[in-house]
Design a binder for this molecule. Structure first.
Ligand SMILES: Nc1ncnc2c1ncn2[C@@H]1O[C@H](COP(=O)(O)OP(=O)(O)O)[C@@H](O)[C@H]1O
Ligand SMILES: [Mg+2]
Length: 269
């Protein structure tokens, strides 16, 4: 269903790849932070039971009383689940391990694939005046990821610059096609972003070449380098943009945000 009623609502982007450890959560945190730094109002939905995005943005366990689980399973009010983060203009719906049982608990719910879609489109969302909603998906093509794809306008795929990187992509593309056919015909691929890139490494260059040959324009020009500051930032519970603002990782995520915003302007023109 298209939202003719809310033509200016936030752009909803699912960050997905069923492989673990490819940079989904890192991209969710730092792209969100970079968009917020550029003056956009952003909500990050933590849809991974591991709750790493919540931890990385400084949401303590005792502050995860109301989570994505409550939003999906218990119809919690947006006001109760959305909280501010350490970054100005960046909000989060945190997650806990509770979310891992949502799959099973929702199995008999007829609307199980539409729960996030419907939750994010409540009128109560308007008060947050958001420009973007980013969804950090779990490392699986399960019901949670399907909920993200049904809710989203587009999917952003982090691709680790490593051997076999492209192998899982066909499965992911198949799921996107299925979601288009069944529930969300307008779902687009926002783009594929190469992560943990090491330019001294031939393999990184080979993966980039393969990705650009096979996926063409879908691959973002911006590449996220492997950068130790990026991996250190979560233990301080802040994005790399605040942890080391001049680091290569911070610079790259700012560039990615700029490229993303540029695409939207083009699409709107
Ligand atoms: N650009 C990067 N440079 C260095 N380490 C990174 C970078 N991106 C991610 N990492 C590290 O790689 C690991 C996996 O990243 P993560 O974002 O959690 O992946 P996913 O969410 O896909 O499982 C984490 O330890 C993270 O800190
Ligand atoms: Mg993750």
């Amino acid at each position: 269903m298209t939202d003719l009623s809310r033509p200016t609502g936030p752009r909803i982007i699912a960050i997905a790849n069923q492989k673990g450890g490819v940079g989904k959560t890192t991209t969710a945190i730092n792209l969100s932070a970079a968009l917020a730094e550029a003056g956009r109002r952003v909500l990050l939905v933590d849809l991974d039971p591991q709750g790493n995005a919540s931890t990385g943005l400084g949401v303590e366990m005792e502050d995860r009383d109301q989570t994505t689980y409550d939003l999906l399973v218990d119809d919690a009010a947006l006001d109760d689940v959305i909280q501010a983060t350490v970054v100005d203009g960046l909000y989060i719906i945190p997650a806990t391990v509770d979310l891992s049982s949502a799959d099973i608990e929702l199995i008999s719910n007829e609307k199980r694939s539409f729960l996030l879609h419907d939750a994010l489109r409540q009128v109560a969302m308007d008060q947050f005046d958001l420009d973007y909603i980013l969804i950090d998906c779990p490392p699986s093509l399960n019901l949670l990821t399907v909920n993200a794809m049904v809710a989203a306008h587009s999917v952003l795929v982090p691709l680790q610059s490593e051997f076999f990187a492209l192998e899982g992509l066909s499965q992911l593309m198949l799921t996107i096609r299925e979601v288009r056919q069944s529930a969300n015909p307008n779902l687009r691929i926002e783009g594929v972003v190469l992560t943990m890139y090491d330019r001294r490494n031939n393999l990184s260059q080979q993966v980039e070449q393969d990705a650009r040959d096979n996926l063409g324009d879908l691959v973002f020009s911006t590449i996220i380098p492997r950068n130790v500051r990026v991996s250190e930032a979560p233990s301080f519970a802040i994005p790399v943009l605040s942890y080391d603002t001049g680091s290569q990782g911070a610079v790259a995520y700012r560039a990615l945000a700029k490229e993303l915003m540029g695409k939207q302007n083009r699409a709107a023109a």
